[in-house]
Design a protein around this ligand. Sequence first.
Ligand SMILES: [Zn+2]
Length: 464
Amino acid sequence: MLRIPQSYIDELLEGDWALHDVTTEGMGLKGEYVVTAWPKETGIVAGIEIAERVFKTVGLRTEMLYGDGDHAFMHSPILRAWGTPEQLHATYKVAQCVMEYSTGIARRTHEMVSIARDRWGRIQVAGTRKHFPGGKILSIAALRAGGGIIHRAGISDSILVFDQHRTLTRNPVHAVRRLMAMEPERKVCVEVDTPEDGMFWADKGVHIIQCERFTPEVLAAFVREVKAKHPHVVVNAAGGINGDNVGDYADTRCDVLVTSIRLSPAVESLVKALGKLPGYGPRSAQRAAFHLLQNRDESLDELAAAVERVRRGVGRCRLCNTFTEGDICPVCLDEERDPGLLCVVESTADQMALDASLAWPGYYFVLSGRLSPVNGIGPADIGMPLLLKRVGAGVEEGVLREVVVAMSYTPEGDATAYYLIDALKKRWPQLRVTRLARGLPAGIEIEYTDLSTIANAVYARRDA
Ligand SMILES: [Zn+2]
């Protein structure tokens, strides 16, 4: 039996149920109802014990019809819970997610165990501590339900000497011998990259050799050789073992196949994609992904539809390069604007801010960011050629009088502005080229304004 701390159950509930269920309480729903959980497909089920704990935590009565690791048929009830609408609504989504993820992990594990055991009956499939952050207990419970064993739940429960440990000492053999003397009751495992290294440590008396990223052929030869010399040595295979190659690794007749506990390749790719967005780290990407999955109807479908609509329908305006549905954006189609004035901005967000000020009577051109030679972003990357074409056309028609370079006053913004002003003046010396003024901010007293802003306000002073 795996101990599942109450704090973990509370944490699961916390994500969905912070204060009260506004809808159910507001509608005044009363009485006793039942929810029934069943698997969508036939096979091993998991996460039932955690889901039951979630239900019980809010006082629901429960009946477990199957246990973790049992085989259940599609649509056969596996767990029931009785209670008030509030109790049920506060918990069923969390319980459902727990069972879905757990069942996914358990089934992938079970599939690997079955393939491996078919090839070598004595082999074990072990999950490493590379489980998804915050998902350790759920992963381990599901791994066990699928017939896997725990490779290393934490750094306190087994001794594993990595290369990173050995490079930190001038005498690794001495250090490993010291470790074995310090912990005589425990087995010592050393991870190695080559068969020669593996044999070296087996000769030194370590108990487990963990072979990192050996090919099945190299591993098979090593297992034969090391077991002939040291019959009691345990050989682990680790690194890159998955459902596709697990049979080949089992054929090597090593003792343990170490794999990562995969949540779900689809969810992992979502987390990875979200992690590339500005302001998102791995942890926040994970939280966002789980939020989307937990609130499928409201959040996930809405986001998917919005992303798809943007992907299909939104492109760049042919005239100003801003984002728009259709060929030309509404701003460029607005005939009330002064065609003699063009304002160049860094982004659509800047364009929107300037336009919201209602101060600009002309048209815009939206660059795709700023020049940044350090990051390899040059004039063509930000749409400079299209801008020059647009300005050229305006000058030739004899309508364009002034271009305002509305870049931010940051080092990259300045560099972009200087480049652009230079390019425009060289080509069209008669064209008026200006930059937005730097001056005193509204609503702030002079004594609280920073010195560079004050200085620029002095230089840019004008007749009153
Ligand atoms: Zn436009």
